[in-house]
Design a protein. Structure first.
Ligand code: GAL
Length: 424
């Protein structure tokens, strides 16, 4: 009886091995729908990657399905409907960290890619702490294509010189420069639509709390309504008073906010380094000349990171073509086609050194900081907290903007921590 059972188990195991092997041997063909929010000005890097794929797999028709809206605000809603409705795209953009694991993986909506990682040698090619962020209970679930930095302050060097102002290393320096800029008719700090206010908040919080204090929010060591967090909201208040929030911010995309810095209508903007991609690839500006970059105030030495990745959803309509897509994403060739245009650095540790000339001075500086700085995971871009927290955090910011009360914001933050289970 026992030996028959063993035989059955062996046969099943062999069949599944052959199943996998034959699926991989099959030449990719048919349609491949890649779902992301990289539309319009955000598109060139993805389009370059798709071009490489199309050349490798001419029998596949790639559908570049995009839903416009910075940081995926609209795309994620569409994705949720499709995933829950049982019509997932072949592969979709998802941030490494809680957005992947705490949302889709725990709901059993993603296929494990552990064997693919072994077969491709990716466990050695990606940094261990990044693999940790895309893993759950021993399996790996997505392929990271890049590393973006969230805590960057952008400026226009020629304009700063004209105004006699240096890029501030601290928020206190910024607050000193603020009235001078306002008197010259310049917005000291430009922000855009709602999610970019959240984006600013995480840089301010990192500056006030430091990397350990920031990590402490998510482990429960930094009390959501404690004195440190009250100090974050107080600082945020002073900074917003030097911004266009409540004036014209709601109508500006992140690109339009950057445009105001380049035009000299605003002095500074805090945005992730997709802004570098936009300024280099679309506006054709030279890093350090056409635009300036610094760690956001009070955060030098800490790299607040996020990573765009793609996975294989359960029920993906074309797994063979999708696995071929993932193999390209994780390769040196794929990462070097994508990142120089995107304003991000490769997630692979060996890609920049393979073709250093592809990477401009901004990207070289980002790669050096990524290798040497303290790391902090972004909240606004999916690393630190699950989608439940992220959704409700929008309301925390709204409560804060409406009330101007640090105590009210802290209390709301604490409540959201409790309902989402995101804070330790
Ligand atoms: C981030 C994403 C970046 C960029 C940005 C602006 O969430 O990771 O790749 O697209 O949003 O839309």
């Amino acid at each position: 009886m026992k030996s028959r059972l063993l035989l059955v188990v062996l046969v099943i195991a062999l069949l599944s091995v052959f199943g996998v092997v034959s699926a991989q041997d099959e030449a990719p063909s048919g349609e491949l729908e890649i779902f992301s929010w990289w539309a319009g000005d955000e598109g060139p890097a993805l389009e370059a990657l798709i071009a490489v794929y199309a050349a490798q797999y001419p029998d596949v028709e790639v559908i570049n399905a995009t839903v416009t809206g910075g940081s995926g605000v609209n795309a994620r809603a569409v994705l949720k409907t499709r995933m829950l409705g049982g019509t997932p795209p072949a592969s979709f953009q998802v941030h490494a960290g809680q957005e992947l694991t705490g949302t889709w993986v725990i709901a059993d909506r993603m296929e494990p890619l552990t064997d693919l990682f072994v077969a491709q040698g990716w466990n050695e090619a990606f940094p261990a702490q990044l693999i940790e962020q895309i893993s759950y209970e021993g399996d790996v679930y997505s392929v990271p294509v890049n590393i973006h930095r969230s805590n960057v302050m952008w400026s226009n060097p020629a304009k700063l010189e004209e105004w006699g102002i240096a890029a501030p290393a601290t928020w206190d320096e910024f607050l000193v420069a603020c009235p001078t800029l306002q008197a010259a008719g310049v917005t000291p700090l430009v922000v855009g639509e709602a999610w970019t206010v959240n984006h600013l908040w995480e840089s301010v919080a990192l500056g006030v709390l430091g990397a350990d204090g920031w990590a402490g929010i998510w482990s429960g060591e930094t009390a959501a309504d404690g004195p440190e967090m009250l100090a974050v909201w107080d600082k945020f208040s002073e900074i917003l008073a030097c911004s266009n929030v409540g004036v014209d911010s709601a109508g500006l995309s992140w690109q339009q906010a950057i445009d105001k810095v380049i035009a000299g209508e605003a002095a500074f903007n805090i945005m992730g380094d997709w802004a570098a991609g936009y300024m280099v690839t679309t506006l054709e500006l030279e890093p350090g000349v056409g635009f300036g970059f610094n760690a956001s105030p009070d955060t030098a030495g800490t790299f607040m990171w996020l990573s765009d990745s793609f996975g294989l959803p359960v029920g993906s309509p074309n797994p063979v073509a999708t696995v071929a897509w993932l193999e390209l994403l994780g390769s040196v060739e794929g990462q070097n086609a994508f990142n120089p245009l995107k304003g991000s650095i490769p997630a692979r540790i060996d890609a920049v050194s393979a073709e250093p000339d592809l990477y401009n001075t901004y990207l070289q500086a980002a790669a050096a900081d990524w290798a040497s700085n303290d790391l902090a995971g972004s909240l606004a871009h999916g690393v630190a907290a699950n989608e439940r927290f992220m959704g409700d955090f929008n309301q925390v910011i709204e409560i804060y903007l409406a009330s101007g009360s640090s105590a009210a914001a802290s209390a709301a933050f604490k409540a959201v921590c409790a309902t989402s289970g995101a804070c330790g």
